[in-house]
Ligand binder design. Structure first.
Ligand code: GAL
Length: 855
């Protein structure tokens, strides 16, 4: 027997683990030739058909027997994963605003024919899904192999028992989405990657390594590696494990290794073995220096390598304290976090690593250092990116428990699936140093009842069982009774909004660690400004004051009743440093939940004290919408759905990156109809003072007072020309920005976020189209229709403009701009290198081209 977990030293038959500490760094090539595990992409060559409720609302009966192998799928659509069938549209007026007005409901069938060579006889073959939306049922060659209903969970099935080696096999996947399964746009289809994994019969189990660092100091770190080994054979097998630890990086540098003695695994069983080793002078993982290590675990059978498995990990310490927030590697780190939904704008839910990386880069540039994966397990690549980029993560599991928020939300699965889903999340993600906390829920309805407390305790127990090294949290939006006694069911309290409760909470609950799990919820539309600018004095004004024509003014003063401005939240966190920081709702706009322009019939909003208050809000909202509610994506983002920053971006940057010299002026300065009219000017700067000039004349110098984060010139009378701000810090010039009045629209200007991309069929380039005058100043209200043409080895996979009311398709070859900007997302074609050219055209604006290099 391999030794059971934690008990190896008591097991005489299992030889003591030899700990070899190599302090001298060695470079080593892995013994790759004899590794039998293979992981290959299974994203290519799927066939797809849709049944039940169709895109345009018609109904197509699902034929019986589609799981059977001899189905004629020759006229099914051929596609490559990831695929989101709903992002193809169309936006439909009859579909709920909250879910993005896109047809994600219905049934989707995917079929893939593949051959496994004779040489794979005797291997175990698994299919791994990172996520399939939703209620997946998987069949191989007519046989049911398994199902996983929660669309955000990763899962795998063993195909071996039904696999025909040397012959053709058919894998069939049935998905089904019901309307109102979530409060936002869930996406639809096999929207994350799929892999085929082949191993020897004796191999490291699924998510079978768990690496922790129980002791960390400047001089050394203890690394504990728990390995789960599976023997599928009918006979017992002797097994030896070897762990080699490398500094991860372009060049792997070996820093330690250890070998277990021989153990034996019984037939058809699983054993866990634990090894520890020491790292000398560990390079710690931190937000500023995200150093990573890699353990290569080899399984040896009679000296022969039968499996090799890589686990990335980091050496770092984390601690939440009641008095002084969050500590990383022994020092306080303020959580400057954002909540992110899973969609990637015009790409929908279809996961593209580069699109996620771009979101994270934009957030990091703003100064964010943390993400909350609201409100569900993310794609695994998000964690890999955060590990590499030094971003802290709250990994969240659920938006509801046993009580539903919408008709078909997670409550329909909770009883049967919560443990499996939670275990899948924790086992998949527990080696990532970026993950600092597990969240078992968000604003779950039952939290403040005895039942809720019981469920919360149970979920925390499951998580602690799977990973005792990280705290568990829940995000709660209820202020009374002061966070309730559920607070004992978690390790760290997540407070959604309820800023009024902060001081009371701290006074009444010494000893509890807390952070703002959701903050602000300010709403705005990029580039929209309405006059006069009146700062709201009550909840109704806050909701309605900034809204017009289904858009919201970008003076950053408005939001739903429970919201506060970013500035108010900054002040609170400065006053109460016990709070570990905040997670702003949200970093990016997302599809669905266009509060306040929701159709309020489908979800009783969560942030009201009682039903009467919610009803009043619904009425106010109906008046606001005047019966029309056509918005399909949110206004909460600091950045719009396409990744174009709104003004608020610079308010956060000014506060979160105090050492980065910057100044930002709002609004834009092209108002031909406002000559001599009062047009307030706000400046967001990381400086502490600023002077504003209009056409060279000073409009005064203002300085920030305590708990003030924006500078305001409320009485500026508009004159065309040049508006300039000069910011100062400590009395010295610090940053400048100039805003010019635009002339006549004249040209389209194209720029790419990356002009050399990989010819791997996954890589993306994000191309911004700006409508400008002849001098290069953006026309701030331009909405021209732009035609796109692409030649060379690339395809346009997404178009958008960041307007939450826009119902044009995210796909195709034309899209209108919104307030001067439009976005095209270009994807390469696997194996086809070359020059990709994008040509754009718009009436009166001529033609512009841009080239990319795919290699
Ligand atoms: C919260 C909720 C979020 C989102 C937000 C909008 O109550 O947790 O998912 O709905 O409100 O302000």
């Amino acid at each position: 027997m391999l030794s059971p977990q934690h008990a190896w030293c008591k097991t005489p038959r299992f030889a003591r683990i030899l700990v070899l500490v190599l302090t001298v760094a060695l470079t080593s090539a892995l013994d790759a030739a004899s590794v039998t595990r293979s992981v290959t992409s299974f994203n290519e060559d799927w066939r797809f058909a849709r049944y039940g409720e169709m895109n345009y609302g018609s109904f197509l009966e699902e034929p019986a027997g589609l799981e059977k192998a001899p189905v004629d799928d020759s006229n099914w659509r051929e596609l490559r994963l990831p695929h989101d069938w709903a992002i193809e549209g169309p936006f439909r007026d009859d579909l709920p605003n909250a879910e993005g007005k896109l047809p994600y409901m219905g049934i989707g069938w995917y079929r893939k024919t593949f051959t496994v060579p004779e040489s794979d006889a005797g291997k175990q073959v698994f299919v791994e899904f990172d996520g399939a939306m939703s209620h997946s049922k998987v069949y191989l060659n007519d046989q049911y192999v398994g199902e996983w209903p929660y669309g955000y969970s990763s899962f795998r099935f063993d195909l071996t028992p039904h696999l025909k080696v040397g012959k053709e096999n058919v894998l069939a996947v049935r998905l089904e989405n019901k309307i109102r399964m979530s409060r936002w746009y869930p996406g639809a289809g096999i929207y994350r990657k799929v892999s085929l994994v082949k191993t020897a019969p004796v191999h490291i189990a699924h998510w079978g390594t768990y690496v922790t660092t129980p002791e960390v100091s400047v001089n050394s770190a203890t690394v504990r590696i728990e390995t789960t080994v599976r023997n599928h054979n009918k006979s017992a097998h002797p097994v030896e494990l070897r762990h080699e630890v490398y500094e991860a990086g372009l060049k792997r540098v070996k820093v330690a290794e250890t070998t277990t003695g021989k153990g034996s695994i019984a037939p058809d069983s699983t054993e866990v073995a634990t090894a520890t080793l020491e790292l000398s002078k560990p390079k710690r993982w931190d937000v500023e220096s995200p150093n990573l290590y890699l353990v290569v675990t080899s399984v040896l059978q009679n000296g022969k390598l039968v499996d090799s498995y890589e686990t990335t990990f980091g050496v770092r310490t984390i601690k939440f304290t009641a008095e002084d927030g969050f500590h990383l590697n022994g020092r306080r780190v303020q959580l400057k976090g954002v909540c992110l939904h899973h969609d990637l704008g015009p790409l929908g839910a279809a996961f593209h690593t580069r699109a996620m990386e771009r979101q994270l880069e934009i957030m990091q540039e703003m100064g964010a250092n943390a993400i909350r994966t609201s409100h569900n397990p993310p794609a695994p690549e998000l964690l890999e990116l955060c590990d590499r980029m030094g971003i802290l993560v709250i990994d969240e599991a659920f938006d509801s428990w046993a009580k539903g928020k919408t008709e078909n939300s997670y409550h329909t699965l909770f009883e049967e699936w919560h443990e499996k889903d939670l275990v899948a999340l924790v086992r998949r993600d527990r080696n990532h140093p970026s993950v600092i906390m597990w969240s078992t829920g968000n604003e779950v309805f039952e939290l403040h009842s005895d039942e809720g407390k019981r469920i919360s305790q149970r979920l925390t127990e499951i998580v602690h069982r799977e990973d005792p090294t990280r705290p568990v949290t829940v995000g709660s939006n209820k202020s009374k009774p002061i966070m309730g006694d559920w607070k004992d069911s978690v390790d760290v309290i997540g407070a959604n909004y309820n800023q009024g409760v902060y001081p009371i909470f701290l006074e009444k609950n010494p000893g509890y660690a807390i952070y703002g799990s959701e903050t602000s919820s300010t709403t705005s539309s990029r580039g929209e400004y309405y006059f006069p600018v009146k700062e709201p004095r009550n909840r109704a004004q806050k909701l309605r004051g900034g809204a017009r024509n289904n858009q919201i003014s970008s003076y950053d003063l408005w939001g739903p009743g429970w919201s506060i401005t970013p500035d108010e939240q900054f002040a609170l966190l400065e006053k109460y440093p016990n709070f570990a920081g905040e997670f702003v709702w949200t970093g990016f706009d997302y599809i669905g939940e266009p509060t306040p322009f929701l159709a309020w019939d489908q979800t009783l909003d969560l942030n009201f004290k009682n039903e009467a208050e919610a009803k009043r809000a619904q009425e106010a909202n109906k008046r606001l919408n005047k019966g029309k509610a056509s918005s399909r994506s949110s206004y909460f983002g600091i950045v719009d759905l396409c990744g174009f920053p709104k003004d608020r971006y610079y308010l956060y940057q000014a506060h979160w990156r105090p050492d980065y010299p910057m100044a930002h002026i709002l609004p834009h300065w092209t108002w031909p109809e406002r000559i001599d009219e009062i047009t307030p000017v706000y400046v967001y700067t990381s400086g502490d003072e600023a002077e504003l000039f209009l056409n060279g004349e000073s409009l005064g110098r203002r300085s920030k007072k305590q708990y003030e984060y924006r500078l305001k010139w409320n009485d500026v009378k508009y004159q065309p020309g040049e508006l300039k701000v000069v910011a100062y810090k400590g009395g010295k010039p610090w940053a400048e920005q100039t805003m010019k009045t635009a002339g006549a629209p004249s040209q389209l200007s194209l720029s790419a976020d990356r002009s050399t991309i990989k010819a791997d069929g996954d890589d993306l380039s994000f191309i911004t189209v700006r409508i400008e005058d002849s001098e290069g100043t953006m026309i701030p209200q331009a909405g021209d229709l732009i035609q796109f043409e692409i030649t060379g080895p690339g395809e346009i996979v997404g178009l958008g403009n960041g307007d939450p009311t826009n119902h044009e398709s995210f796909q195709g070859d034309q899209h209108s701009a919104f307030n001067g900007l439009c976005l095209a997302i270009v994807r390469t074609i696997d194996g086809q290198a070359g020059k990709i050219t994008i040509k754009t055209r718009a009436k009166g604006l001529g033609e512009s081209t841009l080239s990319l290099n795919s290699q």
